[in-house]
Unconditional design. Structure first.
Length: 128
């Protein structure tokens, strides 16, 4: 099957799943913290670890299709934290510890800063 179609189908299911988990977290645990987002990020990171580990050792003929549908598509839409965490682990496995730390810390800090900057831009443009 076309890889873009596999990614699109997996992505649609991942996005819907993320929304459902977020709604369930809000309903069950309350609005005090973004529990759904936390569960999605940690759960998605666990799932990408299982997927990558399984595909590395399973020797499946459809490994590429599964990686696109489940890894890039479903988990990519479910949580980008899983892809981010996998990138960090790959650097660590390559013993590129400084790169792993720099990438991990830089991604979090710059992403939070980017949200602030984006909000400032929107407020200035919209005049709020």
């Amino acid at each position: 099957m076309n890889h873009l179609l596999l990614i699109a189908l997996g992505g649609a299911l991942g996005a819907v799943s993320r929304h459902l988990v977020n709604q369930a977290g809000l309903r069950v645990l309350g609005p005090e913290l973004p529990y759904g987002t936390f569960l999605v990020n940690v759960g998605g990171s666990l799932l990408i670890g299982v997927l990558v580990g399984w595909l590395a050792f399973a020797g499946r003929a459809d490994a590429t299709e599964l990686r696109f549908a489940l890894g890039v598509g479903f988990l990519g839409a479910f949580t980008t934290m899983s892809a981010y965490a996998l990138d960090v682990v790959i650097f660590i496995e390559r013993k590129a510890y400084l790169t792993a730390f720099s990438y991990a810390a830089g991604t979090v800090m710059l992403s939070v800063l980017a949200v602030f900057v984006g909000m400032l831009i929107a407020r200035r443009v919209l005049g709020s």
